[in-house]
Design a protein around this ligand. Sequence first.
Ligand code: SAM
Length: 350
Amino acid sequence: MKDHREIIDQLERERTLPDADFTALLTDLSSEDGEYLYERAREVRHRVYGRDVYLRGLIEFTNYCKNDCYYCGIRKSNCNAQRYRLTDEQILDCCEQGHALGFRTFVLQGGEDVWYDDDHICALVGEIKRRFSDCAVTLSIGEKSRESYQKYFDAGADRYLLRQETSDPAHYRYLHPADLSIEHRKQCLRDLKDIGYQVGCGIMVGSPGQTPEHIIADLHFMADLQPHMVGIGPFIPHKDTPFRDEAPGTLEDTLHLLAILRLMLPNALLPATTALGTIHPQGREKGILAGANVVMPNLSPTSVRKKYLLYDGKICTGDEAAECHHCMEGRMRRIGYQVVVSRGDWAGTA
Ligand code: SAM
């Protein structure tokens, strides 16, 4: 039988593994072998991105959502959520503040809120690109038609984040109501890639009902899609959702998967997510040390931070943008990395 270090070396060399070896890494890694996995992932990350950490300024501009995903705190059935929408002026103010702090990517994220129609999104993207021409705009606003994605791209959007959540159809149905389908979500990702966006997919680690086989299916899906970014973070329950009593995903499982992804997709932009920082006080630092190279401090106005609660206990809901930025700079510096003033584009060639 191969030992775990041989499997890790093989993954680094070949960027893929037989399923049995993926299972071994996902289910049965000693802490020493885990450290070896992180070490290899760091090495690859240093080769591609050095010790730079890219910043993304997250602007959570609406928590209205027409979907009812069973895990999500802003699902439409959550009557306890206090709904809000930011005005264009508020969004542009967030960008202004972020730009002054050194952010060169703005991520507009929200629930699927039809109040912002395509013309509105395009006007907003166009205005951000006009005012901040040295910046990239990432959209994360869910499943749309190919035509809509094309319009946003033509208006100047550079990147799009859409986690597939799970590649397994039965697991997808377990996490979502019947009007949502994995086939459509995957089609959206393919359309986005085809149009020319830098595309991010991803999953929640430890989502209810998730098995190692599901994660392996996700790894195959990602190997096939070749995304530019992969957003993974632990599932964390929210008290007003059907999954309120489910266990959260673990720090270890998330770090292992981050490191596996770095070896599989050496050029990928991998965020150390807020959810990772929520389940452990040093979660984001540990994520960087497991191969991640992106952090996404919040630029949303403090008045709405507590309302964009996807899960319980979310961190950084009280801090001003400048404090978040300062805190992140210090956190990265203390582990030997530096946040950089850069758009932080994907390092590969198409
Ligand atoms: N509506 C857009 C979409 O569907 O892609 C973007 C917003 S959505 C709230 C962003 C991500 O939050 C989802 O892709 C999901 O993985 C994550 N999320 C939602 N609920 C979560 C929870 N309870 N724990 C961890 N992550 C969660």
